[in-house]
Design a protein around this ligand. Structure first.
Ligand SMILES: Nc1ncnc2c1ncn2[C@@H]1O[C@H](COP(=O)(O)OP(=O)(O)OP(=O)(O)O)[C@@H](O)[C@H]1O
Length: 208
């Protein structure tokens, strides 16, 4: 379960954001819609504590992230939050398999090759596990991103514009996979986007 309360953030005194509260129960999904520049990525980064809010709190599975000592934040995030970025960030020197296992390592969990193989088979990139990520198409890379985000069965999945660069077929496929994976592990799924194609896919919506 994810809940934010009265989050505010400033990049500069003239650029201040006060965000609506977000609540997303286990196995549920919330779509956060907004035009370019309304602060969608900023909000997502606050929810993951990649940015520290000026005020307010972010609670994930009963832990208030804003109260965690900085040294514990990265490990908590790695174990409890799966993040899918608009453009996937991988370690280019590593294989697809090792990029997936890195998620386990960063969360201080045992490396689970079987889970990586299962996810790859289910998400349709089993034959690419030994490749480097740059040898895959954008749609394939997006599916690897989803697999990496759920490697540790996190309580929360945060997706930043997961579909904006995809065609309609891959857009529908990525949404279906995100929902299916989050329901399977009982995670809260938060998607931020300006992609109007997703409007009809989610009943819980927050407009920025
Ligand atoms: N590091 C930064 N320093 C100063 N201003 C920033 C910084 N990052 C973002 N901004 C500004 O804050 C505002 C919100 O940015 P943000 O990336 O959260 O918007 P967004 O809604 O995700 O936009 P888009 O849909 O275009 O990705 C923008 O006006 C942006 O210029």
């Amino acid at each position: 379960m994810l809940q934010s309360h009265q989050l505010t953030f400033s990049y500069a005194p003239t650029k201040r954001f006060a965000f609506p509260d977000i609540r997303c129960n286990d196995s549920e999904a919330v779509l956060i819609l907004g035009k370019s520049g309304t602060g969608k990525t900023t909000l997502l980064h606050l929810l993951a504590l990649l940015l520290r809010p000026e005020n307010g709190s972010v609670t994930i599975d009963q832990t208030d992230l804003t109260q965690l000592p900085p040294a514990k934040t990265a490990t908590f995030r790695a174990a409890h939050v799966g993040i899918i970025y608009q453009k996937p960030h991988f370690v280019s020197a590593l294989s697809v398999m090792d990029n997936l296992l890195l998620a386990n390592y960063l969360a201080k969990n045992p490396q689970d090759k079987n889970r990586a193989r299962e996810l790859a088979a289910h998400l349709g990139f089993a034959e690419h596990l030994n490749k480097k990520t740059h040898q895959m198409s954008q749609g394939e890379q997006q599916r690897v991103s989803i697999a990496r985000a759920v490697m540790n069965k996190p309580g929360v999945i945060l997706a930043d514009e997961p579909t904006s660069s995809l065609d309609d077929v891959n857009c529908a496929r990525v949404v279906a996979l995100l929902r299916e994976q989050s329901e399977q592990i009982g995670a809260s799924l938060i998607v931020v986007t300006h992609d109007q194609r997703l409007k009809d896919e989610f009943s819980n919506q927050v407009i920025l």
